[in-house]
Design a protein around this ligand. Structure first.
Ligand SMILES: O=P(O)(O)OC[C@H]1O[C@H](OP(=O)(O)OP(=O)(O)O)[C@H](O)[C@@H]1O
Length: 185
């Protein structure tokens, strides 16, 4: 058996809970209500940004009450580390979005380099409109494109490294049910 690193066990035990599972569920309810009332007639392609959006996407789409198609892409800037670098496209978007409405779903809008590249890609591919939904907006003044529209935001968080509900700490704890901040980060 491959042992779990001690650091991984410790990080969850020592983390600060920012939002409980119930808080997250209520936030997704609010996001879904807003999306249902603004995109119900758009027949969108919902693009889930792997890996972080895996958990949110599953919860969110079951609350959406209109026809939609689901696809995925994988773009990573953090590569299971806690600092971002250049964007690495690991699964390029494959669904044809020409003249389509697109809803990009991601777990966290941090510095925004990932979402900026994905939004630009969808526009370049001919999308009619591109909207963005994130569970967490991290509050700081390092956004790479401060005027980028984030249409649906679940929760805001302080400028700390967070994990849970899809977000990882060194590849682990995407399965944690709430949102947690790493001690000292
Ligand atoms: O706003 P940014 O500073 O660009 O950071 C946000 C992005 O970083 C995370 O992905 P990550 O690169 O960790 O890949 P992963 O989803 O596979 O963990 C997260 O899922 C977002 O996609």
């Amino acid at each position: 058996m491959h042992p779990v690193p001690n650091e991984i066990t410790q990080v969850y035990a020592q983390a600060d809970e920012l939002y409980s599972a119930a808080d997250v569920s209520a936030a997704i309810d609010r996001m879904a209500e807003a999306i249902n009332s603004t995109m119900g007639d758009r027949n969108p392609v919902v693009y889930s940004v792997m890996n972080g959006a895996l958990v949110l996407t599953g919860h969110l789409v079951t609350r959406l009450t209109f026809p939609l198609e689901i696809s995925y892409l994988h773009a990573t800037r953090y590569r299971n580390e806690t600092h971002g670098s250049s964007l690495d496209w690991r699964a390029f978007p494959m669904q044809d979005v020409k003249d389509r409405s697109v809803l990009i779903v991601d777990d966290i809008y941090d510095e925004g380099g990932t979402l900026a590249a994905i939004v630009d890609h969808c526009h370049a591919a001919g999308a009619e409109e591109v909207r963005v939904a994130v569970l967490i907006n991290k509050i700081h003044d390092r956004k790479v494109r401060p005027d980028m529209a984030i249409d649906y935001i679940g929760l805001e968080c302080v400028d700390r490294y967070v994990f849970g509900f899809g977000m990882d700490y060194k590849g682990y704890w995407r399965n944690a049910p709430g949102i947690y901040a790493v001690k000292g980060m």
